[in-house]
Write a protein that binds this ligand. Structure first.
Ligand SMILES: *[C@@H]1O[C@H](CO)[C@@H](O)[C@H](O)[C@H]1NC(C)=O
Ligand SMILES: *[C@@H]1O[C@H](CO)[C@@H](O)[C@H](O)[C@H]1NC(C)=O
Ligand SMILES: *[C@@H]1O[C@H](CO)[C@@H](O)[C@H](O)[C@H]1NC(C)=O
Ligand SMILES: *[C@@H]1O[C@H](CO)[C@@H](O)[C@H](O)[C@H]1NC(C)=O
Ligand SMILES: *[C@@H]1O[C@H](CO)[C@@H](O)[C@H](O)[C@H]1NC(C)=O
Ligand SMILES: *[C@@H]1O[C@H](CO)[C@@H](O)[C@H](O)[C@H]1NC(C)=O
Ligand SMILES: *[C@@H]1O[C@H](CO)[C@@H](O)[C@H](O)[C@H]1NC(C)=O
Length: 553
């Protein structure tokens, strides 16, 4: 018998048939798309490879993986089936939402035309959620952006305003970031991002009388940022003073004396809490005006006042769909991490109290286990999303010591990279982002009291080495679960089911205003507890972990 001779050409064809069958099997078996090695979009890779393979018959050349485009939408059930993974922590909430929707739909069918107004109210998915955006004169927001070169004393903010405030798109993700949705976002642009998110909020109303809450789109931080250095107090206060006067004269104000109003400041509260007229005192008085004390104020770092709430700093990832987030979460969950810990920052030699010097010392001393990203002026690595995320995704723990203030944008960069944050002061996060983080801080973070660093009684390396592999995995899982809640989605699109930092903020504000309304109806004085000073204790109430926090209040 003659041996069949397989020529070079037919050998290739046979190989091609095997390859195609293999691809088909994979597709038909509905494999775990996002788990494919190197494929940021497994489906697209497969389908393109298939198409490419057909062409290959002629060219005998396979298209490299990185040339494939993300043009194929994920299968319709992709989001649905993985949604629980992203929000495991909040199954009750999800269920409740679903339930009330289901109830609403049933009702529409059952009752038909004979609804009472009460029913109609229940059926309006926006009932209790309507928000009215105050039509502020442009001097309070968009005009401020016109002078974008003057917004911060030391650098040109103009490029950061691109893409609705998300900043320039990252053009070279370098295999570190996913292909889309990454921007060089400036940490002070939350006001612009939030405003754009609000513009596409699903329950906006142009009739302020039906609104549950009133959003005041004042660019507070960008406004005062121009005058923080080298300007007298009257210049620093002028827009803020102008704003509260303007608000106070409006019909919307009189309805609840401003208690349904809220605004967002993209700088820390300390920049708006000047208590005296002494010129050398820092900041403006925006947050201490009597009108402000009737409003709810959101910022990236709150002070101890009870009408202030901290919401996440904007970081670099601004996804446009649930699946973008879920894919990134999976990537971060399975990421190999070669450093035990990392620190991205600069020393504060001028601040005697700063523990940063000691932290950098300890990091440099354990070169094998710690990665230090030096953010001293001159280097620009710390402004590069690729550089920052590369360090954090390669590290198990990320140190977040206070800097100029308690909180840091870096905290949100580290969560985004699935790196477990290590805090040294409870005001850095536990007393701040209560709407976002679990009450039990040991679930998602490590706390090393600053004194222990100052007294040199603790080795960070030893402290962090003590966590078992299982504990680390459990903590990372929690951190990765926080990703959707602590990022701001791209305002040009809409997430389907996941809630981002904006959604959570809006929900909580509505809840707070609702409480004021209920209290008023019940004859209670709404001003009681609305804006009370020195409330760190309140802000830390319910927070539990492995160290008592009592010494801080
Ligand atoms: C892939 O993306 C590039 C750039 O976005 C585009 O020019 C090209 O047409 C796309 N190719 C396909 C097959 O969609
Ligand atoms: C999507 O999921 C639903 C319920 O889980 C199922 O009934 C439906 O057939 C699925 N659709 C596809 C295209 O797989
Ligand atoms: C879900 O609804 C139930 C009953 O209405 C309520 O007791 C529970 O607190 C709700 N859970 C959440 C997370 O809202
Ligand atoms: C504050 O500075 C502005 C201009 O920089 C000046 O016009 C104004 O008179 C100063 N006000 C006071 C109280 O010094
Ligand atoms: C703040 O609200 C109270 C009522 O709760 C009201 O009496 C007071 O006038 C308001 N303040 C301002 C500045 O509008
Ligand atoms: C820092 O320490 C130096 C020397 O010990 C002292 O002169 C200075 O006043 C201190 N600064 C602060 C802000 O405490
Ligand atoms: C907090 O979480 C940790 C880790 O999951 C757990 O061991 C501890 O018991 C929890 N503490 C409280 C007070 O719930």
């Amino acid at each position: 018998m003659e041996k069949p001779i397989i020529g070079k050409q037919s050998y290739k064809q046979l190989w091609f048939v095997i390859f195609v069958s293999f691809v088909f099997c994979l597709v038909l078996l509905c494999l775990d798309y996002s788990a494919l090695p190197g494929a940021k979009n497994g489906v697209s890779f497969l389908v393109h490879s298939f198409a490419d393979a057909l062409n290959t018959q002629k060219t005998n050349q396979l298209v490299p993986m990185d040339k494939t485009n993300e043009t194929i939408a994920p299968p319709p059930n992709f989001t649905r089936s993985y949604i629980n993974e992203a929000t495991q922590d909040f199954p009750a909430l999800e269920n409740n939402v679903t339930l009330s929707n289901a109830r609403r739909e049933n009702k529409i069918q059952d009752v038909g035309d004979q609804q009472s107004s009460d029913d109609r109210k229940r059926e309006d998915p926006c009932a209790g959620k309507y928000i009215y955006i105050h039509h502020l004169p442009s001097r309070f927001n968009t005009d401020v952006l016109k002078d974008c070169r003057m917004l911060v004393k030391w650098f040109d903010m103009c490029p950061s305003l691109m893409n609705l405030g998300l900043g320039p798109k990252v053009v070279r993700p370098q295999g570190v970031l996913s292909e889309r949705n990454w921007f060089e976002t400036n940490q002070f642009l939350l006001e612009v991002i939030f405003h754009h998110r609000m513009n596409q909020y699903k329950c906006l109303t142009d009739d302020s009388s039906v609104a549950s809450a009133i959003f005041v789109p004042f660019y507070a931080g960008l406004d005062v940022g121009r005058y923080l250095w080298g300007f007298n107090t009257s210049v620093r206060d002028s827009s803020a003073y102008d704003l509260v006067n303007w608000l106070g004269k409006k019909a919307e104000w009189k309805r609840m004396w401003g208690r349904d109003h809220f605004f967002v400041a993209g700088r820390i509260a300390w920049d708006f809490r000047r208590q005296t007229e002494i010129q050398s005192n820092w900041g403006s008085r925006l947050m201490s005006f009597p009108e402000s004390m009737n409003m709810t104020m959101l910022s990236i770092e709150s002070s101890s006042w009870s009408n202030e709430f901290a919401i996440p700093y904007p970081t670099y990832f601004h996804p446009s769909s649930d699946s973008d987030i879920i894919r990134w979460q999976r990537k971060m969950r399975s990421q190999k991490r070669r450093y035990l810990f990392a620190f991205a920052g600069a020393p504060r030699p001028g601040a005697n109290d700063s523990i940063r010097g000691e932290i950098i010392k300890q990091c440099l001393a354990s070169e094998e286990t710690c990665k230090f990203l030096n953010c001293q002026p001159g280097g620009n690595k710390c402004d590069s999303p690729v550089e920052v995320i590369k360090v954090f995704r390669d590290s198990t723990f990320c140190l977040q010591p206070p800097g100029d203030s308690y909180s840091r944008r870096s905290t949100f960069d580290s969560i985004l990279a699935g790196c477990i944050p290590v805090f040294f002061h409870p005001y850095s996060a536990y007393a701040q982002y209560k709407w976002y983080f679990p009450k039990n801080y040991t679930k998602y973070s490590v706390y090393i009291p600053a004194n222990e660093i100052k007294d040199c009684t603790v080795s960070i390396k030893e402290a962090l080495s003590r966590f078992s592999k299982d504990r680390v995995l459990a903590m990372r899982k929690q951190v990765v679960k926080l990703i959707p809640k602590t990022i701001y989605a791209d305002p040009r699109s809409r997430l389907e089911r996941l809630e981002d930092a904006f959604d959570i903020a809006v929900k909580r504000v509505l809840k707070r205003v609702e409480k004021v309304r209920t209290d008023t109806k019940e004859g209670k004085d709404p001003s009681v507890d609305f804006a009370v000073g020195n409330r760190w204790k309140l802000k830390l109430s319910g927070i539990v972990g492995d160290h008592p926090l009592d010494q801080f209040f």
